[in-house]
Design a protein around this ligand. Structure first.
Ligand code: WTA
Length: 652
């Protein structure tokens, strides 16, 4: 959120209620009804979730809803289930095999559709391909792909066969991919020759090659032909997707593997305060139930809805609310390959009209970027199919909210501002569209079963509008089960600050009406265009440049991206400071980590502000980068005089 907007959030008094006709057709029709369900859910959490779990198809019913061991929780212990079975076979058995499961639109305007029956065949085929290449239950597969249907198919095929997938965002560099392959020891990588973005081809296979080269345990690389650009295929290792799918003996049936409820489903890497990204591990049953139930209620899904989430599947939003949530509910989910402004800034709105999208879910950064392009773009489209809008990924400033509400939703569509995280698996704080009176900029209330609170440093509950750390007091089915092969990090990161209470890493406040307002990260994570970037990771890439001695990065407000990266860099002795070097270091980060992690501004400095014990005071750097005169208390600095020098050299 932009600093100025904080003030407008504090002033925000408007309330928007759902229309009577919207509420009448919703599952949860009023705030009073929500409260009743909520109270029941938190008084009887195990009963509540067990009742909901009966909606799923189990191979074997669970013995115990929740088993607790310290800060580790197992949901539906003793139960057997398969998430891909619940996303596909279950609907076909119920007679919905001919319903459209996936609609895909490519950047150049082509579309492909898959019914549930067709999707099941493709998924089963690819599960057979995985098996024929020696993959077995619990093996890991890394998926590094553009937004094409094969990406969703690959995930579901892994899930069907009990193989753990780890999707790596296609915008990440080969180094980032390599680190993730190394951490989860993936035996197989799935990629494509290239991907389209703004009409250009991005060479994904080349990145995958560089990453795989350094990981000898990667035995096979399966390549989807997407762009037809020339790629090198390594003999004995690289295989074409289409050839594998049509090879002899590959059937389009594959019995879904019966998985223990707590068996791993996927690993998704995300950034935290320190060091390397952590592998957030989600398991079969709890995750499935949570994305199913949140998708049902938050998006108020109906049989004839066409639902579109614009996220990339490389992030959790795509996992939970393009693939697993919508498909487990038997919905029609749209996937778009390319840029929101290609060839023109009305691309999103054209897609809405073309496919008669009824529910649209995007990020505030996209809304702000499209808002900047002017009203003529949405006004040139009808948008009349829309009935519900959503946002995710970062706080939305009331100005953008109102624009979204008026220009896109035409004042008739509720907006669900959904707060959640990679670790939470699904949405935790959110309006329910037929029930909740909305306040622009507030994610409103916790979802049933979720006990959210705001705590002060001393662990006591903050008062209304006081602000503090956002925490979740009780476990919920979608929560991460651990950090991949690192239980210690799980405990320290999420349960280290307040005993047995999940720490979100966000600051928040609630107002006198109980509405939650998320203010931003309380740790060293920077949200650039809603993408989660760890400052430590960016710093380590800057420092890996040969001219650099030391570095610290902080967020600065950005009117479109929400936050951008500001880097302070200490060069090695004798290295000359100039713009060429600055650009070189910025490019170095982009090449080694990915474009999204590129520092927007870089200031060369002699020293960083450190405490006497040598700790960098980021709070001071942040204030300087933002151009604040008052940088707060600096009495603990080893050398307070550095502050003035840093202020002088600020890059505006
Ligand atoms: C931020 C994305 C304000 C928050 C699903 C959180 C939000 C981080 C919202 C997780 C929202 C997400 N309002 N902030 N509605 N949704 N965030 O893991 O800082 O990529 O901790 O998951 O995004 O980012 P992640």
């Amino acid at each position: 959120m932009v600093a100025e907007d904080f003030k407008s959030v504090l002033r925000e008094k408007r309330v928007f209620r759902p229309s009577k006709s919207f509420s009448r057709h919703s599952d949860i029709k009023s705030h009073a009804e929500y409260k009743k369900i909520y109270n029941y859910s938190v008084k009887n959490p195990e009963k509540f979730w067990a009742e909901k779990a009966l909606q799923l198809d189990w191979f074997k019913k669970w013995k115990k809803v929740l088993v607790k061991k310290g800060d580790f929780y197992k949901w539906f212990a003793g139960g057997k289930i398969n998430i891909a079975y619940n996303c596909l076979d279950r609907h076909i058995k119920a007679g919905n095999g001919n319903k459209i499961a996936l609609i895909w639109e490519s950047e150049d305007g082509k579309t492909r559709e898959y019914t549930y029956s067709e999707l099941l065949k493709e998924v089963s085929r690819f599960s057979n391909v995985l098996k024929s290449n020696g993959l077995r239950k619990k093996d890991r597969v890394c998926i590094y792909m553009p937004m094409i249907p094969e990406l969703a198919i690959a995930m579901l095929s892994c899930a069907r066969a009990g193989i753990i997938h780890s999707v790596v965002f296609g915008g990440f560099s080969s180094d980032s991919l390599r680190d993730r392959i190394l951490d989860c020891r993936a035996k197989l990588v799935i990629t494509s020759d290239g991907s389209y973005r703004n009409g250009k081809i991005i060479p994904l296979k080349q990145n995958a090659d560089m990453a795989a080269e350094k990981c000898g345990f990667v035995k096979k690389v399966i390549v989807v032909k997407r762009c037809g650009n020339k790629v090198k295929m390594k003999k004995g290792r690289d295989l074409w997707w289409h050839q594998q799918m049509s090879k002899k003996g590959i059937k389009d049936e594959f019995p879904a593997v019966s998985m223990e409820a707590e068996n791993p489903l996927f690993i998704l890497y995300t950034s935290g305060t320190t060091g390397k990204p952590k592998g957030v591990l989600h398991t079969q049953a709890g995750y499935l139930l949570f994305v199913y139930q949140t998708f049902r209620w938050v998006f108020d899904i109906k049989d004839d809805d066409v639902y579109w989430c614009t996220a990339d599947i490389g992030w959790i939003t795509g996992h939970s609310y393009i693939v697993y949530g919508p498909l487990s509910c038997g919905a029609t989910s749209l996937m778009y390959e390319g840029s929101p402004i290609y060839p023109r800034p009305n691309r999103f709105w054209k897609i809405v009209d073309r496919h008669k999208v009824t529910i649209f879910y995007t990020a505030p950064t996209a809304i702000r970027a499209l808002m900047k392009e002017g009203n003529k773009w949405p006004n040139s489209c009808s948008l009349k199919s829309l009935r519900l809008l959503g946002t995710v990924g970062e706080p939305i400033n009331p100005e953008a909210w109102i624009w979204y509400y008026n220009l896109i939703g035409k004042k008739r569509c509720p907006i669900v501002d959904t707060w959640w995280q990679t670790e939470t698996g699904g949405i935790l704080i959110t309006p329910l569209p037929g029930a909740t009176p909305l306040k622009p900029g507030s994610a409103t209330f916790p979802f049933p079963g979720i006990v959210a609170a705001v705590l002060k440093e001393n662990g006591k509950r903050a008062k209304p509008d006081e602000g503090g750390e956002l925490v979740i007091r009780k476990p919920w089915p979608g929560m991460l089960s651990t950090v991949w092969r690192n239980d210690k990090r799980y405990k320290e990161t999420y349960f280290g600050k307040f005993r047995h209470i999940y720490l979100a890493g966000d600051t928040a406040r609630y107002d006198k009406d109980g509405y939650f307002w998320i203010m931003g990260r309380s740790d060293d994570v920077i949200k650039v265009s809603g993408h989660r970037i760890g400052s430590a990771e960016v710093e380590s890439h800057i420092v890996s440049h040969k001219a650099v001695a030391e570095s610290a990065v902080v967020p600065i407000p950005d009117p479109i991206k929400g936050q951008a990266i500001y880097a302070f860099v200490v060069l090695k002795k004798g290295v000359e400071r100039n713009d060429k070097l600055r650009q070189e270091i910025i490019n170095h980060v982009a090449n080694h980590m990915g474009h999204i992690a590129k520092p927007e501004k870089m200031q060369f400095v002699d020293d960083l502000p450190k405490t006497r014990s040598g700790k960098i005071m980021r709070r001071v750097l942040k204030a300087i980068a933002e151009g604040k005169e008052d940088v707060g208390n600096i009495t603990t600095l080893a050398d307070p005089s550095v502050v003035d020098k840093l202020k002088e050299g600020r890059v505006k």
